[in-house]
Every structure is written in C-alpha cells, then in structure tokens.
Design a protein around this ligand. Structure first.
Ligand code: GSF
Length: 203
C-alpha cells in the first residue's frame, strides 16, 4: 500500500497512526498539494490528501473511508466497534475531531492562503471558524470528562481522531490554550504521545 500525504496534515496523521496501531506496512509518499506541480489530482480528483493507493487497484480517500477500511485488514487492535450504538459513538467522536480540523483549515486558509489578496480575507469568516474550533474542543473536554479514553475502555478511533486534532491545533494555533483550559485533554494527549504511533507522527 502507498499512502500519499504530508507530514503536517492531521487527516494524514490519523491514517498513519491507524497504520501503526494495526501494524500495517505501507510506503509513505510525500506530496505538497499546494505546489503548482502537484500530481495529486491524478489519484484524487479532489486534489486532497490523504489518499491510499492499494496494490493494483484504485485510489481510496478520504481519511474516514481509509481508516475504516484499514481497521478491517487486521484483527490487531480493533479501533472501530461493530455496527450499532458504540460504533456510532466512535464515528461521532471522529466527526467532531474532523470538524475541528475542517474549521481550523478553513480559518487558516482564509488567513494565510498566498493566492488570496489581503483585501479578500474576511475577519468575520475567520471568527466563525475559530468559534467552531473552540466549541469543538470544549465538547471534546466535556465528552472525555474524567474517563481514561473518549469512548469505551480502551484506545479507539475516537482517541486517535481527537489526538490528531489537538496535536494539529497546538501546532498551527499555539495561542489556543486547550491544555490550560482543559487539563483532561492535555492528559489524554500526553498519554497518546507515549505511543510510538503518535510520537513518530507528531507534526
Ligand atoms: C480532508 C482532507 C484535506 O482537507 C479527509 O481526508 O478526511 N475530509 C478530508 N486535506 C488537505 C490537507 S490538510 O489541510 O490536512 C488537502 O489536501 N487540501 C488541499 C486542498 O486543495 O484543499
């Protein structure tokens, strides 16, 4: 398997962490989707990473589809429960974490995308996305509470998704003090970073 991605992308990190937790081998192919000569569209018409290329088959995207598929490849460390309530809970945690990343990406692009002129940057839009990031982080802290993991009694895709979102927010928006405001999230992230899957993929 070949994973096309970048080291800074939180969506790509989610896939790499799942690969490591499932002990799956893959080749990591770095692609800068923002460069003029990117060839990502030949694999993913949406021009986005992560994109998984299976041996002799078509490309697979996006991160939610890829991690769901990867979890079926090996019984080692099941990360997504069987269909039912628990699975829906894990997928909701993933949607929350992805939503925080989505809003953060929109906010950051509005603020920094080189092809947008300064006069075209909307403060109201940035504030709207920032509010989503902050509300999402508050919801994560509330949902985690005093529990050791976001859902269930062991590591799942919920924790991996939340960890990737928090690690990326810390990397791109250091002025958002999620650790100071939510010590339980800080504790979870520190615990995740003890795992090779997280330590080896930090942005
Ligand atoms: C989001 C991927 C994405 O936005 C997923 O895979 O879960 N829902 C998708 N990837 C960004 C890189 S990043 O911000 O992490 C991307 O490839 N953007 C290129 C573009 O043209 O939007």
């Amino acid at each position: 398997m070949k994973l096309i991605g970048s080291a800074a992308s939180p969506y790509v990190r989610k896939v790499r962490v799942v690969m490591a937790e499932k002990r799956l081998d893959y080749q990591f192919v770095i692609e800068d989707v923002w460069s003029d000569d990117t060839t990502i569209a030949s694999s993913n018409p949406l021009g986005k990473v992560p994109c998984l290329i299976m041996d002799g088959s078509e490309a697979m995207f996006d991160s939610r589809v890829i991690v769901e598929y990867l979890d079926t490849l090996s019984p080692v460390g099941k990360l997504i429960p069987q269909p039912g309530r628990e699975r829906a809970e894990v997928k909701t945690w993933e949607a929350l974490a992805d939503g925080v990343m989505d809003a953060g990406v929109l906010w950051r692009l509005e603020a920094t995308w080189a092809r947008r002129a300064d006069g075209e940057r909307s403060r109201a839009w940035m504030d709207r996305q920032r509010a989503k990031v902050e509300a999402g982080i508050r919801a994560m802290a509330k949902g985690l509470g005093d529990k050791p993991f976001c859902s269930g009694i062991h590591l799942s895709l919920s924790d991996i998704s939340v960890g990737c979102a928090l690690g990326w927010i810390g990397f791109r928006f250091p002025d958002i003090d999620w650790r100071g405001e939510h010590p339980n999230l800080g504790k979870l992230y520190d615990k995740l970073m003890l795992r090779a899957s997280f330590a080896d993929t930090a942005p």
